[in-house]
Design a protein around this ligand. Structure first.
Ligand SMILES: C[S@@+](CC[C@H](N)C(=O)[O-])C[C@H]1O[C@@H](n2cnc3c(N)ncnc32)[C@H](O)[C@@H]1O
Length: 264
């Protein structure tokens, strides 16, 4: 893909999502973009709880897309821990045009509606940013962001502080198999805190086996908005206490036996 052919659509909770003609995929669950993002990436991940308890939060996202997760994080920080200086890092290979981002209806889903005005300028920066060595950076509310405008495979940076949370939000493994490999999950692990939590809408056994092979402990959680399951991974057993744990040794064995190689 060079640039994506995209159009905005309204998901069932009234919030915009993006249909990518090029990828043949939505950016979010068409049953509710804001609702699913809040559930998978902020509720189940424990970010809201960590903000409320004054714990360290440093986020890595795979797939910046519309920037919705940055907006939601800034809004949650505003509600739960203003002035906290939370860090957010993300990567996007094909940034949307800033003019399209301006028309997203996300401000009406935020407590602090003024935050939305800060989003299109992030995309203007992304279109000027020069790949893996110079991310778009600045502050959105109390969140310090760095967004890399390049494919994930080009990233080489080490974070200033290890990540505490990974929002794994690429297209699904059929569309973006390169973002669901054990090497990607091992790369993330090497940049994470020892009690980091990774959440994703992805719930296939192949995706979970790949995460296990990449060194993560795995659990399942109920999915959002009509989806049966989602996945929660962590480097700490304690963080998965509230979820149904899976057998990582068995998943890794199945990966090594090549059971999922055809599914990437
Ligand atoms: C599911 S959407 C992300 C949704 C986003 N988190 C949001 O809330 O709007 C996946 C995004 O990953 C980007 N992407 C796909 N392949 C990529 C790659 N190899 N490296 C970096 N970004 C990629 C796509 O352009 C798309 O914007």
């Amino acid at each position: 893909m060079s640039a994506q052919q995209t159009r905005l659509e309204i998901s069932r909770d009234g919030s915009h999502t993006v249909w990518s003609e090029t990828a043949g995929s939505y950016f979010h669950n068409p049953n509710g973009a804001v609702e699913e993002s809040l559930y998978v990436y902020f509720e189940v991940s424990g970010i809201i709880r960590a903000l409320q308890r004054d714990e360290d939060v440093s986020v890595m996202e795979i797939g910046f897309g519309t920037g919705l997760n940055l907006l939601l994080l800034a809004d949650l920080v505003h509600q739960h821990r203003p002035d906290a200086q939370i860090r957010f890092t993300s990567v996007e290979a094909w940034p949307l045009p800033a003019e399209q981002v301006e028309t997203l209806n996300y401000s009406s889903f935020l407590k602090n509606k003024a935050l939305f005005a800060g989003l299109p300028p992030v995309f203007e920066q992304l279109h000027r940013a020069t790949g893996p060595s110079k991310p778009a950076s600045g502050s959105l509310g109390d969140v310090r962001y760095e967004v890399y405008s390049c494919p994930f495979s080009k990233l080489r940076f080490k974070p200033k502080r290890p990540f505490t949370h990974v929002l794994h939000d690429p297209f699904d493994p059929v569309v973006s198999p390169e973002l669901w490999t054990p090497e990607v999950f091992a790369w993330l692990k090497s940049r994470c805190d020892e009690s980091a939590v990774l959440t994703t809408f992805g719930a296939s056994t192949a995706a979970r086996a790949s995460m296990a092979k990449g060194g993560w402990l795995i659990a399942r959680a109920p999915g959002a908005l009509g989806k049966r399951e989602m996945t929660v991974a962590s480097l700490s057993e304690a963080k998965l206490r509230d979820f149904k744990r899976l057998n990582e040794a068995r998943l890794t064995e199945r990966w090594d036996a090549g059971e999922f190689s055809h599914k990437a």
